[in-house]
Design a protein around this ligand. Structure first.
Ligand SMILES: [Cu+2]
Length: 639
């Protein structure tokens, strides 16, 4: 433990090993028990505050693990204290009522083996002329929860879809074997049923974008772009603490949530205690036999565990500082991922600019941003999670989506639920709905939220020519009231304000959350998916801070019957005005696939912004100098 150790620092490899020893000594790890999740159990806020005030030594350091017995299916939620060397909690999860643990690594291989050996599966494939099982790739898909007997989903299971990979380098996603699926019991290690719904020919056109025959000759017209910072970047990294210009924040990483940001401060004033994107759901809109296809990539597959190791010049350009991450596989063995988190500084175009027609002053300033990001690959998709901090106090969260769209057969012609991207190859419509958890602390923990709409007013005595525009501000007083839909037609935004600090106009200091104009969850409100992904039905939720409320779809998402997470967190309808509150924002596009998204998708992005609103008394960037030797004419005279 070093001098600048902080209780919110990510867990180290040594700590994971120590935690595993504590669990082993308590008899929790007898074979065949595996880790379905292993991460830091962050200390509560008051303990962190006490540590920082040096009233006490290091806070109780804890780790949390989800343990799965591969033979019995027994699922245990364990917390250990490294400080005390003991098990704090070991609770058996009621998997039927709460949900299953996330999918573990070896289950992917297990499913391939089970499928290859199953006679009904072999017969279904043979009916399609497919007899070489070595060429069949299996996508094990989390099962959801439908709770009808034919769904088999009271057991730990996956449903599978098949793809044909003709050669070693062939892109299997180009060749879906449509119309057939199987339900696989992961504990009994057998196929429960094979459902052969219909047959479509397996599309044959290659999707191998590395193959010159597919992509054509590479273009030769791009000249180099080099980004240099001869004096180095303007930020510093000390352990997990990052400082850049007026910003400071701590960076963490979790196998489930991915990147976590802590204690984000601007000009020495708190803005957010913690920020992350702790859930996402990708529901597909094809109601045929694959109606269950909806990935909760975070709660079911653990996006952080699949973090990429980044490469300078490819993934990130310029002066890059990388941070490593530690994630654990199913044995609880820590794995250090080199260059997992990319930290760098970017030019971001014009910050402000004006040529004054009266006094002749012509000024221009460059915007910059600090970028903290990582990339993860979950099955066919690749997601980049980017946080940007700008000179003017803006915070932006951006998700970049790329990789391979999920495919199905396509009957040709117009089809309601998918786009034909290659002959006979369809890409079903789907949504990517992310949930950001923003533990706000604008000028301290006591915050409140207002919904701000803008609207034109009707013609009347006070508005005779009908040009009036008014802000409609609604204070969101309690948790139930604050479950809100977006409304782009009114420019709807949500203002998170301090109830303790005011600016020079006596108005509360605030940050405003600006959403993007996308629909929320489109699955029918009565659907099993809407039960399980309740968080995604609303653009905004506000809850009273509770250290146990961390996951928008609940702690156990895989095959959960639903109701957990945000809908449960607001059940008490607590007061959120002037309290320590957490703002949760659902964002993300509805993806009607384009032909240009095939065979590998150019990045499409989504996100939201938080902008200071009366947080400063004026533009906080007047002190940003003009680039040396340029851009400045003062009162008609070059400086
Ligand atoms: Cu998509």
């Amino acid at each position: 433990m070093t001098d600048n150790w902080h209780p919110l620092d990510p867990a180290t490899a040594g700590e994971y090993l120590a935690g595993r020893e504590i669990m082993a000594a308590a008899g929790l790890l007898a074979d065949p028990v595996r880790f379905a999740y292993y991460g830091l159990e962050e200390p509560p806020k008051d303990e962190v505050a006490k540590h920082e005030a040096a009233e006490q030594g290091p806070a109780d350091r804890r780790l949390r693990a989800f343990l799965l017995n591969l033979e019995s299916g027994e699922s245990t939620d364990v917390v250990v204290s490294l400080t005390k060397g003991s098990v704090v909690r070991a609770r058996t999860v009621d998997t039927a009522a709460e949900g299953q643990l996330p999918i573990i690594d070896s289950e992917y291989h297990l499913v391939e083996e089970i499928m290859a050996a199953d006679p009904d599966w072999q017969a279904a494939l043979a009916r399609r002329g497919l007899t070489d099982m070595s060429k069949i790739r299996i996508a094990p898909i989390t099962a959801g929860a439908y709770r009808a007997p034919a769904e088999d989903d009271q057991r730990r299971m996956v449903r599978v879809l098949a793809f044909l990979q003709a050669g070693e380098h062939d892109l299997a996603w180009a060749h879906p074997v449509d119309g057939v699926t199987a339900h696989v019991d992961l504990i009994a290690r057998k196929v429960l049923r094979v459902i052969d719904a219909f047959q479509l020919p397996v599309p044959t056109e290659s999707g191998d974008y590395d193959d010159p025959a597919v992509r054509g000759p590479e273009r030769t017209t791009l000249r180099p772009i080099e980004i240099t910072q001869p004096e180095g970047p303007s930020f510093t990294v000390e352990g997990s603490l990052l400082r850049w210009q007026d910003w400071s924040l701590r960076v963490g990483f979790d196998a489930r949530e991915g990147l976590t940001l802590h204690q984000v401060e601007l000009a020495g004033r708190p803005v957010m205690y913690r920020a992350s994107v702790p859930e996402m759901v990708v529901p597909y809109g094809d109601p045929r036999f694959r109606y269950w296809q909806a990935y909760h990539d975070t709660g079911e597959y653990l996006v952080g565990k699949w973090v990429n190791s980044l490469e300078r010049g490819c993934d990130c350009l310029g002066e890059i500082t990388y941070l490593d991450a530690v994630v654990c596989g199913e044995t609880g063995e820590p794995r250090e991922v080199r260059n997992a988190i990319c930290v760098h500084e970017e030019d971001a175009g014009i910050l402000w600019k004006h040529t004054d027609i009266f006094n002749g002053s012509a000024q221009s300033r460059r915007q910059r941003r600090l970028v903290v990001s990582y990339f993860t690959t979950v099955g066919n998709y690749d997601y980049g999670f980017y946080w940007y901090f700008y000179l003017d106090g803006t915070i932006e969260c951006e998700v970049k989506m790329t990789g391979i769209v999920f495919t199905a057969g396509h009957p040709g012609g117009d089809h309601l639920y998918s786009t034909e991207v290659a002959p006979g190859l369809g890409a079903p419509v789907h949504q990517h709905l992310f949930s950001a958890r923003l533990d706000m602390s604008v000028d301290g923990p006591a915050n409140a939220v207002e919904e701000v709409d803008v609207t034109g007013l009707p013609i009347g005595p006070d508005n005779p020519y009908g040009n009036a525009i008014a802000q409609r501000v609604t204070r969101l007083s309690s948790e139930a009231v604050a479950a809100r839909a977006g409304d782009a037609s009114r420019g709807r935004a949500w203002r998170v304000l301090s109830t303790e600090r005011v600016n020079r106009f006596g108005r509360p200091t605030a940050f405003t959350l600006h959403p993007e104009p996308h629909p929320a969850l489109l699955a029918s409100p009565g659907s099993p998916l809407a039960q399980r992904a309740g968080f995604a039905a609303r653009a905004l939720w506000v809850t009273r801070y509770d250290p146990a409320h961390r996951y928008p779809a609940g702690d156990f998402v895989n095959q959960s019957p639903g109701g957990g997470g945000l809908p449960a967190y607001i059940a008490g309808d607590r007061d959120i005005d002037g309290q320590d509150i957490v703002v949760w924002h659902t964002f993300g596009p509805t993806h009607v696939v384009r032909t240009e998204d095939w065979p590998v998708m150019p990045v499409t992005r989504t996100g939201f912004m938080l902008r200071p609103t009366g947080f400063f008394d004026r533009n906080p960037t007047l002190d940003v100098p003009a680039p040396p030797g340029h851009c400045t004419i003062e009162h008609g005279h070059e400086r």
